[in-house]
Ligand binder design. Structure first.
Ligand code: ADP
Length: 656
């Protein structure tokens, strides 16, 4: 090599030494640094001036002193140490992971005179490795199944979670097609998933069913994401499957409980509102048959007729009534006894194997053609007073259907049913009594009317014919009292007509303001000491029964006087508002408390405090309401404290 060549080579080496990204430094056998390139400066923080002639051991952390002698030995022996990973210390004392290659430097005789070291930071490499290791640990320890597959659907990776979930080992699964896990009827799901993956789309929380090695079906939630290579191309998919079978079961059981609660709620509501016995029995039978999942259910209910004879009513659910019609009513056999005696619930998985079964003639078991019953549940229905009024029976043709929870549900419904049945019985008794009362009123008022009419005729003649004096004034008083009595009997008579639906109304169009003026005139004559304020808004055409409307108004005015004895003012107003005519009668009396307002329109209702002070039957407002209702109007009272009572009613305005 010529000198020129030599110097050219040197300068090439020099520029490589200067420009290279790896840290390169040399030292002699005393370990003193002789060369230090800019990359070394960047990596370790020492400038060339600072480090030249310093010991190379400066770069070795305290806890790695052992390395010194190892390196020294290898260098002296002239060995090359290729790419070992270790830690070095920077000028700032920061320890950094590096990969180092150490080569001996020899003189022309081949004697080792020092060594060169090439160091490269491996911080990023380490971080990447660490990340990889962490991910691998997560995958390995995950309870979710994490499976990699190619775009052709071939399984490429399989974690422990997948093994636990699906039952296949890694060896069994890898290389297989993913359809291994898919139930046949869901195979097309895979096409859709792969289509999404090819399009770079993720499939998120897709709930589906997969099959285990043992053939068990699992509810899973699937998330499938594309796997990309370094070039960003989709090369496969990673799928994460979470077993949601328990969640699904919990959801199902919640839904079932909700359904049960709803049934229980609706049944308790409907039977408490219902007073019709047959309805109650049917509802209870239908609901409990559904709640127990029975093939059929029956409610046998014992009634006693008016003659004291007991007889059976029953309702059926789940099968047509005809299926039962030809069989005798249950008798007091060993199987039925605990129910009809109220002893307790009978719940048997297979009644045909029960010791109580088949003991009684003539059938010794179920009569021929009877619905097949294997699972059997019977719950007595007992009233509050302890009387057994019947039993609920359920049958299923398979064994072991009825569980404790079903028994509890039926017992709950049975106790509600007993209350409802009691209520309906009371209601029927009250209805019977009420009918008798109505019959009595109808008869009595009818019978009273005839003598009243003739008495009134005779008294009128007497009053007219006797000369003025004490006898005449008695006759007048008697006539007044008779008029009151007549009113009461008329009310009774009206009531019985209303009950029988025979209160006839004769509709005709007329001007209500005329009627109001007539009534006001009469009121003025009979109540001279009262100030009747009238406000009638012109012509007020209505179509109605004049006499009956007069009866309503007279009653309201009469009450305004009767219940406000200390006041001297009553007002009557009538006005047309839209399609209605609105009439009000207002007094200045004590008014009516809110809690009484809702009752005063019912028959025979009188406010307690006034009962003793005033006479009356509590019928006037009831009759008035019936009359107004039948005119298509409304009647109500307004009584703000301290402002008397205002009775208001409306009538549809007449338009021709
Ligand atoms: P009666 O007057 O025969 O008792 P009503 O049906 O006319 O029957 O009235 C029912 C009840 O309403 C009365 O007993 C009374 O307590 C109350 N009531 C009616 N009108 C008034 C009124 N103007 N002020 C206070 N209470 C009244």
């Amino acid at each position: 090599m010529t000198r020129l060549q030599h110097s050219q080579e040197l300068s090439t080496l020099q520029s490589i030494f200067e420009g290279i990204d790896d840290a390169i430094f040399c030292h002699d056998l005393d370990m003193r640094i002789t060369h230090w390139n800019p990359a070394a400066e960047r990596l370790f923080g020492y400038s060339l001036e600072e480090i030249i002639d310093e010991s190379v051991y400066l770069l070795i952390p305290e806890n790695r002193q052992q390395e010194k002698s190892d390196i020294m030995r290898d260098i002296i022996e002239g060995k090359q140490i290729g790419q070992f990973k270790t830690i070095r210390r920077t000028r700032e004392g920061v320890e950094i992971p590096v990969s180092i290659t150490i080569s001996p430097i020899k003189d022309q005789e081949g004697q080792v005179i020092g060594s060169s070291q090439v160091a490269r930071s491996i911080i990023e490499e380490n971080a990447a490795e660490e990340k990889q290791a962490r991910l691998a640990a997560i995958v390995a320890s995950s309870d979710d199944a994490i499976v990699g597959k190619s775009l052709q659907g071939i399984i490429t990776s399989w974690n422990i979670g997948a093994e636990k979930m699906f039952g296949y080992t890694e060896q069994e699964a890898i290389g297989q097609h993913i359809s291994l896990l898919i139930p046949p009827e869901r195979l097309d799901e895979e096409d859709i998933i792969i289509r999404n993956i090819r399009a770079g789309k993720k499939v998120d929380h897709f709930q589906t069913i997969r099959r285990t090695k043992g053939g068990q079906q699992l509810h899973i939630s699937l998330t499938v994401s594309p796997i990309l290579n370094k070039a960003g191309e989709i090369i496969g998919a990673s799928k994460i499957a979470r077993n949601i079978t328990a969640q699904k079961e919990a959801e199902r059981s919640i839904a079932k409980s909700m359904e049960r609660l709803e049934i229980l709620n609706s049944i308790s509501k409907s039977i408490n509102e219902d007073l019709d016995l047959q309805h109650i029995l049917q509802r209870v039978t239908d609901a409990t048959t559904r709640l127990t999942g029975a093939d059929f259910g029956a409610f046998f209910y014992n009634r006693v007729d008016q003659a004291g004879e007991s007889y059976w009513l029953y309702t059926i659910s789940g099968v047509p009534r005809a299926a039962f019609e030809n069989f005798p009513m249950p008798r007091n056999t060993a199987v039925f006894h605990p129910t009809f005696s109220g002893e307790g619930v009978v719940r048997v998985d297979d009644i045909t194997k029960d010791p109580r079964y088949g003991k009684n003639s003539p059938y010794f078991g179920m009569p021929e053609g009877h619905l097949p019953v294997v699972s059997y549940l019977a719950v007595p229905v007992i009233t509050h007073s302890g009387v057994v009024i019947g039993g609920l029976f359920f049958g299923h043709q398979q064994a072991g259907i009825f569980k404790e929870e079903h028994e509890d549900l039926v017992v709950t419904v049975a106790s509600q049913a007993a209350v409802a049945i009691d209520n309906s019985r009371l209601f029927e008794e009250v209805k019977d009594l009420s009918n008798k009362k109505d019959e009595f009123i109808a008869l009595a008022s009818h019978e009273l009317k005839t003598p009243l009419t003739s008495m009134s005729g005779f008294l009128q003649i007497l009053e007219r014919t006797v000369p003025n004096g004490i006898a005449k004034s008695f006759a007048e008083k008697a006539l007044k009292q008779l008029a009151k009595l007549n009113e009461l009997v008329n009310d009774l008579f009206d009531i019985s007509k209303i009950q029988a639906g025979k209160l006839q109304l004769n509709f005709e169009p007329f001007d209500l303001s005329d009627l109001l003026n007539e009534i006001a005139d009469t009121f003025g004559q009979t109540h001279a000491d009262y100030n009747l304020k009238m406000s009638v808004d012109g012509e007020l055409l209505v179509s109605g029964d004049k006499m009956r409307l007069e009866q309503v108004l007279t009653n309201l005015l009469g009450n305004a006087v009767k219940y406000a004895p200390d006041a001297r003012e009553v007002s009557m107003m009538a006005i047309r508002t839209g399609s209605e005519v609105r009439i009000s009668v207002k007094d200045q009396g004590p008014g009516i408390l809110p809690e009484n307002q809702q009752h005063i329109f019912s028959q025979f209702y009188r406010v307690k405090e006034q009962e003793r002070k005033t006479s009356g039957l509590g019928l006037g407002l009831y009759i008035s309401k019936d009359i107004i209702d039948r005119h298509g109007g409304r009647i109500w009272v307004e009584s703000p404290p301290g402002h008397g009572a205002t009775f208001i009613f409306t009538l549809p305005a007449f338009t021709n």
